[in-house]
Design a protein around this ligand. Structure first.
Ligand code: MF3
Ligand code: CO
Ligand code: CO
Length: 251
């Protein structure tokens, strides 16, 4: 299999950092509005208007026909939920995932929020999915391999009693939303492509409280767990630097 893994120059990484920062700011804006009673459609409008006002392009909108600027996935929905008139309610968890394009470069980040009060096991699901993301990120450096990231996420998930969705994976990112290589959330250490300075990766664990199996809902976009157990998702865009990494979708 031939992989074309783009390596970005310092100038390009700088532009991607600007895209990533706008992505971060848009997430911060959405966060202010996450509470019981808000509809996912309202969140979508807030995100769309904020990104556009700041000179960015909400590049999920129209991507392969996706009808909104953000993906909103509630409870048993894993990813790619379509914003609609559904209101968030106490006890829900919601994953918000979107890309922002700025200066010709993409950025991709996701967070899962808790609405009001949830059980301890759901609270732990969300907390441990975010921690699993950082377990993967912290291994990023030249010479490490994609399988090292995958294995760290899988091991952390399993150690915390969570299952790993296998059908969806992280990815390279740059002028395109999805570039090589794939970054699965499971796999063997010391396998897969070798990381090099200038590669930019979107790392995105999707972890379930129940079984790992997922299905596509009737809208042909939303992926949900087959057993209807809750699922959580976190994602950052990360660049490989000379001696480690920098998170581009952070503050
Ligand atoms: N942000 C998603 C990812 O992490 C891609 C969403 S594509 C869309 O790769 F069309 F659903 F927006
Ligand atoms: Co994403
Ligand atoms: Co992604």
């Amino acid at each position: 299999m031939l992989l074309l893994i783009n390596r970005k120059s310092e100038r390009e990484i700088d532009l991607m950092k600007k895209a990533g920062h706008l992505n971060y700011l848009a997430h911060e804006e959405i966060k202010k509005h996450i509470h019981a009673g808000v509809t996912t459609k309202q969140l979508d409008k807030i995100a769309h208007d904020f990104i556009v006002k700041n000179g960015g392009i909400p590049s999920c909108l129209g991507f392969e026909g996706f009808p909104a600027s953000i993906c909103t996935s509630i409870n048993d929905e894993v990813v790619h939920g379509i914003p609609c008139n559904r209101k968030l309610k106490n006890g829900d968890i919601i994953s918000v995932d979107f890309t922002v394009r700025l200066n010709g470069y993409e950025s991709d980040a996701a967070r899962t929020y808790i609405v009001g009060n949830v059980s301890k096991e759901i609270e732990d699901l969300v907390k441990n999915t975010e921690l699993a993301l950082y377990e993967g990120i912290k291994l990023v450096k030249p010479g490490a391999r994609v399988g090292d990231i995958s294995n760290a996420i899988e091991t952390f998930a399993h150690n915390h009693g969570l299952s790993v969705v296998e059908e969806l994976v992280g990815h390279g990112i740059g002028t395109n939303m999805h570039e090589d290589p794939d970054i699965p959330n499971f796999g063997e250490k010391n396998s897969g492509p070798i990381l090099k300075e200038g590669m930019v990766l979107a790392i995105e664990p999707m972890l379930n409280l129940g079984s790992k199996e997922v299905c596509m809902l009737d809208d042909d976009w939303t992926i949900a767990t087959l057993d209807e157990s809750p699922s959580s998702h976190f994602e950052h865009t990360v660049a490989v630097t000379k001696d480690g990494y920098v998170i581009l979708t952070g503050d």
